[in-house]
Design a protein. Structure first.
Length: 157
């Protein structure tokens, strides 16, 4: 199975696969609206705006597994992201990134991370950088700010 075969649900409830993003560089992030790291939405949006014409797509996957910091409905999450950070990059329905109900996307990302980094996601805003061929190029910790990723993104673009 490739990354592009994985089914996901958009924040508006539409079922699709990641095939729509084939040929793009992806920055996949598990997000939360009530976290100390929530201001990273601003940096993620800036990266999206700066590099989308060159082929970068930021994909946000809300997750409520860390201290209940994403308690809202998909509609509330979408409204918060739009109103507070002007988010225009794709957001998806809430999912689990760890444990027995880990979404297949996160199973894939963790098991295909470079350097055998198949560990649990540590917190909200952990990031995976995926190259244009669907290969996981880097796993990036939650506390790394989006603006610190420009060199890595540019190398893949």
């Amino acid at each position: 199975m490739s990354l592009y075969d994985i089914a996901v649900k958009t924040i508006s409830g539409e079922e699709k696969t990641l095939a729509h993003y084939k040929g793009h560089v992806l920055l996949i992030v598990n997000t939360a609206s009530k976290c100390g790291l929530t201001p990273q939405y601003k940096g993620l949006q800036e990266l999206h705006e700066r590099y989308q014409e060159k082929g970068l797509v930021v994909l946000g996957f809300p997750c409520n597994q860390f201290a209940g910091q994403e308690p809202g409905t998909e509609e509330e999450i979408s409204e918060f992201c739009d109103r507070t950070y002007g988010v225009t990059f794709p957001l998806f329905a809430k999912l689990d990134v760890n444990g027995p109900d880990t979404h297949p996307l996160y199973q894939f990302l963790k098991s295909n991370a470079p350097n055998g980094e198949n560990e649990e996601i540590e917190w909200n805003f952990a990031k995976f950088l995926v190259d244009r061929n669907g290969k996981v190029a880097a796993r990036i910790g939650a506390r790394v700010q989006p603006e610190e990723l420009t060199a890595d993104i540019e190398a893949l673009l």
